[in-house]
Design a protein. Structure first.
Length: 83
Protein backbone atom coordinates (compact mmCIF):
# COMPACT_ATOMS: atom_id res chain seq x y z
CA UNK A 1 0.00 0.00 0.00
CA UNK A 2 1.40 3.40 -0.95
CA UNK A 3 -0.08 6.83 -0.31
CA UNK A 4 1.40 9.86 -2.01
CA UNK A 5 0.53 13.54 -1.66
CA UNK A 6 2.08 16.09 -4.04
CA UNK A 7 0.96 19.68 -3.44
CA UNK A 8 3.64 21.04 -5.77
CA UNK A 9 7.38 20.53 -5.52
CA UNK A 10 7.16 18.67 -2.18
CA UNK A 11 5.95 15.06 -1.97
CA UNK A 12 4.87 13.13 1.14
CA UNK A 13 5.23 9.36 0.86
CA UNK A 14 3.64 6.81 3.25
CA UNK A 15 3.60 3.06 2.78
CA UNK A 16 3.43 -0.43 4.26
CA UNK A 17 4.50 -3.63 2.52
CA UNK A 18 5.57 -7.20 3.18
CA UNK A 19 9.28 -8.02 3.01
CA UNK A 20 11.11 -11.32 2.65
CA UNK A 21 14.68 -11.57 3.93
CA UNK A 22 17.18 -13.91 2.29
CA UNK A 23 18.19 -14.89 5.84
CA UNK A 24 16.76 -13.96 9.23
CA UNK A 25 19.79 -14.38 11.49
CA UNK A 26 22.95 -12.28 11.53
CA UNK A 27 25.83 -12.19 14.05
CA UNK A 28 24.48 -9.05 15.72
CA UNK A 29 20.71 -9.55 15.25
CA UNK A 30 18.13 -12.34 14.92
CA UNK A 31 14.92 -11.21 13.18
CA UNK A 32 13.02 -14.39 14.12
CA UNK A 33 11.62 -15.32 10.69
CA UNK A 34 12.37 -14.23 7.10
CA UNK A 35 8.87 -12.69 6.66
CA UNK A 36 8.76 -9.05 7.84
CA UNK A 37 6.56 -5.97 7.50
CA UNK A 38 8.14 -2.69 6.43
CA UNK A 39 6.52 0.70 6.94
CA UNK A 40 7.86 4.09 5.95
CA UNK A 41 7.15 7.79 5.90
CA UNK A 42 9.17 10.18 3.79
CA UNK A 43 9.39 13.53 2.11
CA UNK A 44 10.89 14.57 -1.20
CA UNK A 45 11.59 18.09 -2.46
CA UNK A 46 12.21 19.02 -6.10
CA UNK A 47 14.48 22.03 -5.58
CA UNK A 48 15.53 22.33 -9.24
CA UNK A 49 13.65 20.97 -12.27
CA UNK A 50 14.23 17.15 -12.34
CA UNK A 51 16.55 17.22 -9.27
CA UNK A 52 15.20 16.00 -5.92
CA UNK A 53 16.42 15.46 -2.37
CA UNK A 54 14.58 13.35 0.14
CA UNK A 55 14.41 11.77 3.57
CA UNK A 56 12.66 8.56 4.65
CA UNK A 57 12.19 6.91 8.04
CA UNK A 58 11.67 3.15 7.66
CA UNK A 59 10.79 0.48 10.25
CA UNK A 60 10.90 -3.28 9.69
CA UNK A 61 9.69 -5.99 12.08
CA UNK A 62 7.88 -9.34 12.07
CA UNK A 63 4.90 -7.80 13.94
CA UNK A 64 5.13 -10.34 16.78
CA UNK A 65 4.64 -13.29 14.41
CA UNK A 66 7.79 -14.79 15.91
CA UNK A 67 10.15 -14.32 18.78
CA UNK A 68 12.54 -12.58 18.84
CA UNK A 69 11.20 -9.44 17.19
CA UNK A 70 13.95 -6.81 17.50
CA UNK A 71 12.82 -4.65 14.58
CA UNK A 72 15.07 -2.40 12.55
CA UNK A 73 14.79 1.40 12.18
CA UNK A 74 16.53 3.20 9.32
CA UNK A 75 17.00 6.85 8.36
CA UNK A 76 17.52 7.18 4.60
CA UNK A 77 18.68 10.28 2.73
CA UNK A 78 18.77 10.48 -1.03
CA UNK A 79 19.21 12.59 -4.11
CA UNK A 80 17.72 11.76 -7.49
CA UNK A 81 17.53 13.08 -11.04
CA UNK A 82 14.51 12.26 -13.19
CA UNK A 83 14.99 12.21 -16.97
Amino acid sequence: MLFEYRPGRVALDLGVHASLLSRDSYPSRDFGIPFQFTSHVGMEWEFVHHLKVGYRFQHMSNSQLSSPNPGLNMHLFGMSYQF
